[in-house]
Design a protein around this ligand. Structure first.
Ligand code: IDP
Ligand code: MG
Length: 138
């Protein structure tokens, strides 16, 4: 089964949306294969978002993702990467349709509630940042 990394970002946790987000994936038929709450270190945040290192918003992004607790999960299922991305909605919530997580719960690109890996290769790289192999139980 394909696996993807999902983060409920600090704004999503603070708004009490963790259960709602997990429920959406479970109702769709995806499986939560690993789950934890944590506060991300700057070093891990910089590793996770390394592709954006040169972008003007990088500092703000690292500040935000390390600003409070997040919930990390491995979600698995057929085409999990693409299905999760579709259910999240586009990066800028202004463009996100109602029915998507960002379209229902976010307004700003900097605080857009949720992360999901953008490819199976990204998923493999990102899952290793958050989970040891023996923490992935399904
Ligand atoms: P994604 O989360 O939809 O995969 P990416 O392009 O990978 O989007 O960007 C990572 C995160 O960086 C986004 O979720 C968003 O929070 C933040 N971000 C992206 N572009 C901007 C921007 O132009 N201004 C501020 N934050 C941004
Ligand atoms: Mg991305």
């Amino acid at each position: 089964m394909e696996k993807t990394l999902v983060l409920v970002k600090p704004d999503g946790v603070a708004k009490g949306l963790t259960g709602e987000i997990i429920a959406r994936f479970e109702r769709r038929g995806l499986t939560v294969a690993a789950l934890k709450m944590l506060k991300l270190s700057r070093a891990k945040a910089e590793t996770h978002y390394a592709e954006h290192k040169e972008r003007p918003f990088f500092g703000e992004l690292v500040d935000f993702i390390t600003s409070g607790p997040i919930v990390a999960m491995v979600v698995s299922g057929e085409n999990a990467v693409k299905v999760v991305r579709t259910m999240m909605g586009p990066t800028n919530p202004v463009d996100a349709a109602p029915g998507t997580v960002r379209g229902d719960f976010a307004l700003s690109i900097g605080q857009n509630i949720i992360h999901g890996s953008d490819s199976p290769a990204s998923a493999a790289r990102e899952i290793e940042i958050y989970f040891a192999p023996d923490e992935i139980l399904l």
